[in-house]
Every structure is written in structure tokens, then in C-alpha cells.
Design a protein around this ligand. Structure first.
Ligand code: ZN
Length: 350
């Protein structure tokens, strides 16, 4: 198209030698429109140094940021049939999938890893928005089921980090079926008395926000993240009302009780470690005794840890469940107090 780029540039390159000059040396901040040097941006976990805007964070960087010493083990995810409906829009779904896989180097929109945060065991499942808008199809559903199973068998906490436009339309009803499937998967983690944490990132919408992403024990969110079911325009046209400016943001949802805390990326690791310490440490000694029976129920006793299940399982189980609930409530209260103190308002004895 342009003779400068098409003819002159390759010639100069061939003379100088093809030195790797990345195209994305600078990025524009979507928040304040300032130019940001990519290397600086990466060092700050993709947070703008001018306005604090949280740009999307690639999966690898997020895992490095969260896990102790950036060390983690990737969990192999089961294969799923690709394109079972032989779907085609402007392009064949099979081709679209193959292109995206080549472009991103990923198999699908989810990555699952296990390791420790603050010394506590955790399995983290992260969505990749660059992979077809982080849409949830069979592969993503399978990834969440696998992550939940892994958390239960390792007696680790589960954290899911959604960033998704919702269900994957190209898989039709099969993608919608992932909504109840993922709900059951995370329910298993809860029944095994292990914490299930959701870190809502930009954007969490559609079928993802209408399923596993809204049933966490603790909901954290990144500042400014868009979280909602339908888009703003659709809602405004349906209810014929103008919505507040900050509608569907992480901060708005915190004010209205859907999100427990909005945590800047710089404090994310420390906050997560603190939550895990509160939820995991106290339960550990009791959890190992009674958790075994819970697991046996959930998995049919396949690889149960408890060799000698307690005699009257049901009443002990109920007691354990009550105790766990009390602990989670106490932990939530403690966190609320802590947050209150940080913002100058003390809410002790609530
Ligand atoms: Zn900015």
C-alpha cells in the first residue's frame, strides 16, 4: 500500500540485519490517554503510572504476580471435541479457533495453575480475554471443573479470575450448559470446606457473571473493572432509564454489596495471602479430620484421604459445616473491620 513501508523499510532492514524492534514499545493509557513505555508498564503489572488505570494483564504475568516467588505448576486440561456443531458465521468456527490458538499460543481461554500464595496452597484458574473474548465454551467449563477437582484433591483453596464476554456463541447450547456445570464444580470445593475466591477483572459479563463468578465465598475486584450481565445500552433501552455513570463498575458493585473488596493490583498478592491465612489456617486441623468425609461424599470416595471415617458422619458433618460458616463470617467481619480502619471508619462490633 505504502511504498515507504513496503519497499524501503524491508530493504533497510535487510541491510541493517533484521533486528527485533517490537511494534508495541509504547502504549496509550485508555484512562488518561498518556503514552506509557511498555517495559515500565509491565514492571508495574500493567497499571498506569499517571492515573492508576488497570490495563488488562496477560495470564502469565498475573500468575507470576500472584504465586509465591512466581513459581507455579500448570495443570494439564482435558481435551474437548472442537466445533461439535460445525458452526459457521462469517468464518468457520474451526478455522477461527485454529487461528486464535496460533495467535495466542494457548489451547483455549483458560489457564489453570497450582502453587502457594503466602505459603497457603491454592489452585488459580485465569481467563485470557485475548482468546475469543475469554468466552466460555466446553474447554473453559472443563478447565473450571478440573481446577475445582484439583483444589479438592490437594486440599487447596480455589481462585477463579474471570475476564470474559460470556458464553461462546459458536458452541450454542453446549456453552450455556457450562453455567450449571461450573456451578456444581465450585459447589464441590465449598462442600469440601475449602475457600472459593473470585477475583473479578475487566470485563466480567454475560453467562460468566451469571454463574460461578457470582457465588464466591469472597469477591475481590480490580479497580474500574466492568462487571455486569447485559451491556449498558441494552439495559437502558429495556428499562428506558438513564443509568448512573459508574453503573456496572467494581466500585459501584462494592457499594451495593455484590463485591466484598476492590483491590489495586499492587496490593493483590498481600491481600490474597491475608484472606487465605484467615480462612485456611484455623480450619486446617479440623478440616483434615472432617474434610475427608466431605470429600468422600463429593467424589464417591475414589481417592479419599480419610481411611477411618468418623462413626456418625452426618451430625459431625453438620457441626463442621456450621463451624466453617461461622469461621467464614468471622473472617469476613475481620476483613470488613480492617477495611473500615484503613478508610478511617471503624465498624467494630457489627
Ligand atoms: Zn492513565
Amino acid at each position: 500500500m505504502n511504498w515507504l513501508t513496503n519497499i524501503i523499510r524491508p530493504r533497510i532492514r535487510s541491510l541493517v540485519g533484521a533486528k527485533e524492534v517490537p511494534d508495541n514499545l509504547w502504549q496509550k493509557c485508555p484512562g488518561c490517554e498518556n503514552l506509557l513505555f511498555t517495559r515500565d508498564l509491565e514492571a508495574r503489572f500493567n497499571v498506569c503510572s499517571h492515573c492508576g488505570h488497570h490495563l488488562r494483564l496477560p495470564v502469565k504475568q498475573r500468575l507470576n504476580m500472584l504465586f509465591d516467588d512466581g513459581k507455579y505448576e500448570l495443570i494439564e486440561l482435558p481435551k474437548v471435541p472442537s466445533d461439535p456443531l460445525k458452526f459457521r458465521d462469517s468464518k468457520k468456527y474451526a478455522d477461527r479457533l485454529r487461528d486464535t490458538q496460533a495467535k495466542t499460543g494457548l489451547k483455549d481461554a483458560i489457564t489453570v495453575a497450582a502453587g502457594t500464595v503466602g505459603g497457603q496452597k491454592i489452585v488459580i484458574a485465569v481467563f485470557n480475554f485475548n482468546f475469543m473474548g475469554g468466552s466460555m465454551g466446553m474447554a473453559v467449563g472443563e478447565g473450571i471443573v478440573r481446577a475445582s477437582e484439583e483444589a479438592v484433591s490437594r486440599r487447596a483453596a480455589l481462585m477463579i479470575v474471570p475476564s470474559s464476554g460470556g458464553a461462546r456463541m459458536q458452541e450454542g447450547i453446549l456453552s450455556l450448559m457450562q453455567m450449571p456445570r461450573t456451578m456444581i464444580a465450585v459447589e464441590r470445593v465449598k462442600r469440601a470446606r475449602l475457600p472459593y475466591i473470585v477475583l473479578l477483572t475487566d470485563p466480567t459479563t454475560g453467562g460468566v457473571s451469571a454463574s460461578f463468578a457470582m457465588v464466591g465465598d469472597i469477591h475481590m475486584a480490580e479497580p474500574g473493572a466492568t462487571i455486569g450481565f447485559a451491556g449498558r445500552r441494552v439495559i437502558e433501552e429495556t428499562v428506558r432509564e438513564t443509568l448512573p455513570k459508574d453503573f456496572q463498575t467494581a466500585e459501584y458493585l462494592r457499594e451495593h454489596g455484590m463485591v466484598d473488596m476492590v483491590v489495586p493490583r499492587a496490593e493483590m498478592r498481600e491481600t490474597l495471602a491475608r484472606i487465605l491465612r484467615l480462612l485456611m489456617d484455623r480450619g486446617a486441623s479440623q478440616g483434615d479430620v472432617i474434610g475427608g468425609s466431605g470429600k468422600a461424599k463429593a467424589t464417591g470416595g475414589g481417592k479419599s484421604l480419610s481411611l477411618n471415617p468418623p462413626a456418625n458422619t452426618s451430625s459431625q458433618g453438620q457441626l463442621a459445616a456450621k463451624r466453617a460458616l461461622r469461621q467464614v463470617r468471622a473472617a469476613k467481619r475481620a476483613l470488613e473491620n480492617l477495611e473500615g480502619k484503613e478508610s478511617g471508619r471503624t465498624r467494630v462490633g457489627q
